[in-house]
Design a protein around this ligand. Structure first.
Ligand SMILES: [Zn+2]
Ligand SMILES: [Zn+2]
Length: 174
């Protein structure tokens, strides 16, 4: 009988040690996970400390409360979103890059000043610069026929010379 009792004791000790170890591991794991998670979501040291303390002091309930209250997006997500917004804003304010030479041009330019590509045209009714692809003037609502943007290479020979006009003729025209 004594040996059986001793064995039961041993088994109980092993079980309790196992359970205790698992609990401690889970507890520590939750604390570390929350600490990392809150650091990815907030730069506020007080918030980081409070969130970690909450989970360490109230292991399961604190964890659930943390999951309910934590900031919705991580810092990198917020940063990406702000970048996207900035890009969108820039696209609205200064979207123009010349399709011919890649140089930045102003919104109201009708032609690229460096490569002479036609960028926009003036609305026939209100004279505002509108995109070549648009079929309607956004300023006054006039219907216009859309055109395709064609880059004009600056190195292209002038058609004048192909006609066989001599240098004397060119000089006379000037
Ligand atoms: Zn250009
Ligand atoms: Zn117009």
């Amino acid at each position: 009988m004594e040996t059986i009792l001793e064995r039961v004791d041993d088994i109980l000790v092993v079980l309790l040690t196992g359970c205790g170890g698992m609990t401690v591991a889970l507890w520590g794991g939750m604390g570390i996970w929350v600490f990392r998670d809150i650091r990815a979501r907030s730069r506020d040291i007080l918030a980081q400390a409070l969130a970690t303390l909450l989970v360490v002091l109230l292991p399961v309930i604190g964890f659930i409360v943390y999951l309910m209250l934590r900031p919705r997006e991580t810092l990198s997500e917020a940063y990406e979103r702000s970048l996207e917004q900035e890009a969108l804003l820039q696209a609205i304010e200064e979207p123009e890059v010349c399709p011919g030479c890649g140089q930045r041009v102003r919104v109201e330019y009708l032609f690229c000043p460096s490569c002479h590509t036609k960028l926009k045209r003036a609305c026939p009714a209100c004279n505002q610069p509108i995109h070549l692809r648009w079929s309607l003037c956004p300023y006054c609502g006039t219907n216009v026929t859309p055109q395709v943007i064609e880059p004009v290479p600056s190195a292209e020979p002038k058609p004048k010379k192909e006609k066989g006009g001599g240098p004397a003729e060119e000089a006379a025209q000037e």
